[in-house]
Design a protein around this ligand. Structure first.
Ligand SMILES: *Cc1c(COP(=O)(O)O)cnc(C)c1O
Length: 479
């Protein structure tokens, strides 16, 4: 390198590079909106790795590297991106992220991130208010997976009737959750040392919601196996199907059996801001804890998860670590020293993204976003219903729809193979991006409508496109 490190801190150099990046991204966004690119350019990973080796051998510039990264990435801002449930961030969130990265305040203690700490509290207050958690409190953490683990640690400390933090675990503990929940709940229980026995999975009913009628039976079984249940987790919604559990019913059972009631609203918590769809979260007001990923349905980049607790005191119970070099009095419940309550020590100023959006546009932004995408999913569902060779899995609650190609003259094995072939062909051609899932042991196609630039027309084009692909597959007869 020819520059000194000191030269790299030159403000004018930063100005030039940051403008270059902004121009690149604005042009990219414009290209995507005009439909000039595919949603992705599929390449085998080994082949792609080789192209990178030769690309780097020519000492590319900042701009050339940035362009190659864009070209080899999946394009979330493409209106044909209807795949996984990652937010398509508002473009201006990238500008906010520049501030987050530049300031790089560590956030563990108040003095290492005063503005970030205040902002975090303000966003948490907005979220608690929306859920009517009037004595609520909370913090932000790095993703729903870590948020669920953190909450389960608090539940354990609150309900296990042992001081596990000090003395270790002596009882067998467990939690109840639907068998359609996100895998990270299962993982959290195993990390806590509860083993597979400690994750008691309640089957879903015909609607694909947790079958809450089975809760007494599963509670009794746990008791017979000497497992002390500490928590019950409702999914809002579950990941594969986008269907919300009946939270009111779960809340009633949680009360009856003295369980910690946690709502995993990583994906669908933002529906609380929608007049039209907040009823899906009915019952969440009674939760001991709720988590919401702002990088799912709140238009921000990853990772940023709000963790809400009904009681401020409980929000401190996951970790009771002493760290004299950080805090003078380790036992005080001081909201401003965030690392007392989070897994992270150094933490990104992640709440800034949602904070700006709340302050600039109000909660109506999230309400409009949810309404548009949830309505769009209903439209897609209706279109699929009209097709003789496609079928829906269930009526969508949210913006996730599972469906598949069908043909009554074929066996289910053949239909599974053809649907998998179809999804593979779509991925490799790159005109649309959809995903697949397994439900009732069979292959289904799945769309998550995440992009506000996706219209009804785009989805109708998707169905026509799938029909063409199917004809091609059938003409080769892969079965
Ligand atoms: C996405 C999701 C998670 C995992 O959150 P990450 O932020 O990806 O770690 C957990 N639960 C549900 C219901 C989700 O939708």
């Amino acid at each position: 390198m020819s520059e000194t490190i000191q030269q790299l801190f030159d403000p004018e150099r930063f100005r030039t590079l940051a403008y270059e990046m902004t121009d690149l991204l604005a042009d990219y966004l414009s290209q995507l909106q005009k439909g000039q690119l595919h949603v992705n350019e599929w390449k085998n990973h080994d082949d792609l790795f080789k192209t990178w080796r030769s690309f780097l051998s020519e000492s590319p510039s900042f701009k050339e590297i940035s362009s190659k990264i864009i070209a080899d990435s999946i394009h979330l801002h493409h209106p044909h991106y209807v795949g996984h449930q990652v937010a398509v961030p508002l473009p201006e969130v990238a500008a906010i992220d520049m501030l987050v990265s530049f300031l790089n305040n560590g956030m563990g203690v108040y003095e290492m991130g005063s503005a970030g700490t205040i902002v975090e509290k303000l966003v948490i207050e907005r979220m608690c208010q929306a859920f009517e958690l009037n004595d609520g409190s909370g913090f932000f953490t790095s993703g729903g997976t870590l948020a669920n683990l953190t909450v389960m640690l608090a539940a354990r400390q609150s309900k296990a009737e042992d001081d596990i933090w000090e003395k270790g675990s002596r009882k067998k503990l467990g939690l109840l959750v639907s068998d359609q929940a996100h895998y990270c709940i299962d993982r959290a229980a195993r990390i806590m040392g509860w083993g597979s026995e400690g994750v008691i999975k309640i089957p879903v009913n015909e609607d694909y919601r947790m079958n809450t009628d089975l809760i007494p039976e599963y509670t009794e079984k746990a008791k017979q196996n000497n497992i002390k249940l500490v928590a019950i987790v409702g999914s809002a919604p579950s990941t594969s199907t986008g269907i919300y559990d009946d939270l009111e019913s779960i809340a009633a059972y949680a009360k009856r059996y003295n369980l910690w009631f946690h709502v995993d609203a990583a994906h669908g918590g933002a529906a609380i801001f929608s007049g039209e769809y907040k009823n899906l979260l009915e019952g969440a007001q009674q939760a001991d804890s709720i988590i919401i990923d702002t990088h799912k349905m709140m238009l921000t980049s990853a990772l940023a998860t709000g963790v809400l607790f009904k009681s401020a005191t409980q929000s401190f119970s996951a970790f009771r670590t002493r760290a004299q070099y950080l805090w003078e009095d380790s036992h005080e419940e001081d909201w401003e020293n965030l690392a007392k309550r989070t897994f992270e020590c150094t933490k990104q100023m992640m709440a800034l993204r949602a904070f700006f959006l709340f302050e600039l546009y109000g909660p109506e932004l999230f309400s409009n976003h949810i309404n548009y995408l949830f309505d769009l999913a209903r439209h897609f569902h209706a279109c699929i219903d009209r097709e003789s060779n496609f079928e829906n899995f269930r009526k969508p609650d949210s913006n996730i729809v599972c469906f598949r190609w069908k043909d009554d003259s074929r066996t289910i094995e053949e239909i599974n193979i053809i649907n998998k072939e179809l999804r593979k062909a779509v991925l490799e051609e790159g005109q649309f991006y959809i995903v697949q899932t397994i439900l009732d042991q069979n292959a289904w196609l799945r769309v998550s409508l995440m992009n506000p630039m996706t219209s009804e027309d785009h989805l109708e084009d998707l169905i026509e496109y799938l029909k063409q692909k199917i004809n091609k597959i059938l003409s080769k007869d892969v079965t």
